[in-house]
Design a protein around this ligand. Structure first.
Ligand code: KIV
Length: 296
């Protein structure tokens, strides 16, 4: 079944949970498509996972388009959302619509995601008016890391909890068809999910959300460093990859790889003829050198 804004809304209405993952390349996209994941986000987290930046701030619209277009070629039924990077929508409503349009036209996304609540509702309204579906993102919004002073759980006191609920309602009213809740206490995320008619997608926001999203390198345990509390390792791919790289290195050096079964064949006749030609060529070279030495 093809996932669309309509089927994702229907899943919420029927109490069925929505699965989403981040993805940044064609090969992984094919695997996620085959696994039946409902939605893929080309997150600006690619700045950290694929480009090695310390945070998401340096990511450009062109970076997202590059990865989004690659992922889109691996998908058939999976819904594709592209993140709007830092300063691609905050600067003006015009920039927001123009950049959202590029992510659809050039990145082949089916929707865009942007961070913020009431403060970005004008942008959400304008993008939706251009018939581009919008996913909002509230709670911990990594593009605001400098304003937040670090990656912290959001909405823990009454004022911040009320603010988050208001932001969630504001983005729904502005026309967002889905909202991501990042690092929000589980009970608050459950309440927000019940108060909204649109699906909520949690990351570090508990089981009461209408769906979940994780950064795929986190859930596959591909990083040896920090593990946020909300991340579950569904496999140890990082270790698997490292031991495969090590085995390759050892076999190249010991000449165990490539073995006979990895080699292409050629007939003995062709090889003998070629070797004969080489011998004649060498003999001519030697003769030439001898003649030159005699002339000097
Ligand atoms: O950029 C990203 O990967 C995200 C998810 C963490 C929701 O925004």
């Amino acid at each position: 079944m093809k996932n669309t804004v309509t089927t994702l809304q229907k899943m919420k209405n029927e109490g069925k949970k929505i699965s989403m993952l981040t993805c940044y390349d064609y090969t992984t996209a094919c695997l996620m498509e085959e696994a039946g994941i409902n939605g893929i986000l080309i997150g600006d987290s690619l700045g950290m996972t694929m480009m090695g930046y310390d945070d998401t701030l340096p990511v450009t619209v062109d970076d997202i388009i590059h990865h989004c277009a690659s992922v889109s070629r691996g998908l058939k039924d999976t819904f594709l959302v592209a993140d709007m990077p830092f300063m691609s929508y905050q600067t003006s409503v015009y920039d927001a619509v123009k950049n959202a349009g590029r992510l659809i036209k050039e990145g082949h996304a089916q929707a865009v995601k942007l961070e913020g609540g009431a403060s970005v509702c004008k942008q959400i309204e304008a993008i939706v008016k251009s018939d581009i579906p919008v996913v909002a993102h509230i709670g911990l919004t990594p593009q605001s890391i400098n304003a937040f002073g670090g990656f912290k759980v959001q909405g823990k006191n009454i004022d911040r909890a009320k603010q988050l609920l208001e932001d969630a309602k504001a983005v729904e009213k502005a026309g967002a068809f889905m909202v991501t809740l990042e690092c929000v206490p589980a009970k608050l995320a459950t309440l927000i999910s019940e108060e909204l008619t649109i699906p909520t997608i949690g990351i570090g926001a508990g089981n009461g959300c209408d769906g979940q999203i994780l950064v795929y390198q986190d859930m596959l345990n591909m990083f040896s460093g920090l593990k946020p509390k909300f991340v579950k390792h569904f496999a140890n791919i990082g270790e698997e990859m490292k031991s495969a790289f090590k085995a390759y290195d050892e076999e190249v050096k010991s000449t165990a790889y490539p073995a006979e079964e990895h080699c292409f064949k050629i007939s003995d006749e062709v090889m003998e003829a070629l070797e004969e030609e080489c011998k004649e060529e060498h003999a001519k070279e030697v003769e030439f050198e001898v003649n030159r030495a005699e002339r000097v």
